[in-house]
Design a protein around this ligand. Structure first.
Ligand SMILES: [Fe+2]
Length: 251
């Protein structure tokens, strides 16, 4: 009798164990399925993130193109500034490459050259196109354009270095420039390059107050500024690169 009870208990334990095992297997399968679903959801969200990043880059690029359009429109209003930024950009890229800047970074320098005076959009026409000399107050307004330009391009993540160049393109080697009075190599390299290209183009093109200067006069002016307001090495590169060149073509 006792043996029969023992056997029936053992059978009951075995059934319990079997059902426990089956339940735990079912749970395991459920967990596996959940894990697969989680993996699939993870892969999908990764793909969403990649797509979002691509869309963001495309948006940044189209914002950049709009800003270029704005800069062109600003320049085109004035016969004297038309084409200036394009020529500055082309020369700035050549100086950058000659100075050993990597091609990708030289492209950013050129793009900053295209947008360097974008901040002038905030300057009233009366000041921007005043035929006579500017008053002290008008100069103060004019001197804000690098900061305004840098603020306009600041939201473009890929163009962070370009924004720095735009901000500092009127700094001078001897610290007498604006907006921050930086001197020497404290001025970012790209900004020093754009500054040289900017001065070269201003000298070599017609202005409202004088016709373009002859090549030897351009060189004389540049060499007089080298080591004072302009970086000497970059100015020498600019003089060398423009030695027997036709006028710089816009990029
Ligand atoms: Fe400027």
């Amino acid at each position: 009798m006792a043996g029969a009870v023992g056997l029936s208990q053992a059978l009951s334990y075995a059934r319990d164990l079997k059902s426990l095992y089956e339940r735990s297997r079912a749970r395991e399968r459920e967990l596996e399925q959940m894990q697969e679903r989680l993996h699939a959801a993870y892969r999908q969200s990764l793909q969403y993130a990649i797509d979002l990043r691509k869309t963001y880059r495309r948006l940044e690029q189209s914002s950049f193109q709009s800003l270029l359009g704005l800069a062109n429109a600003l320049e085109a209003k004035d016969v004297y500034t038309r084409g200036h930024s394009g020529r500055v950009a082309a020369l700035a890229r050549r100086i950058a490459l000659a100075a050993g800047v990597a091609p990708g970074a030289a492209d950013i320098v050129a793009q900053a050259g295209l947008l360097h005076d974008l901040g002038k959009i905030a300057i009233p026409e009366g000041v921007l196109r005043k035929p006579g000399p500017l008053s002290e107050e008008e100069w103060a307004v004019m001197r804000r354009h690098p900061i305004v330009g840098a603020q306009i391009v600041a939201p473009l993540e890929f163009f962070a270095e370009g924004a720095v160049i735009v901000r500092h393109h009127h700094e001078r080697h001897d610290g007498s420039g604006y907006p921050d009075g930086l001197r020497g190599e404290l001025i970012p390299l790209g900004a020093r390059i754009v500054a040289v290209a900017d001065v070269h183009d201003a000298l070599a093109s017609d202005r409202p107050y004088r016709p373009r200067l002859a090549r030897d006069e351009v060189v004389r002016h540049l060499e007089a500024e080298a080591g004072h307001t302009l970086d000497a090495r970059l100015t020498a590169l600019c003089v060398h690169l423009t030695a027997d060149a036709a006028p710089e073509r816009a990029v």
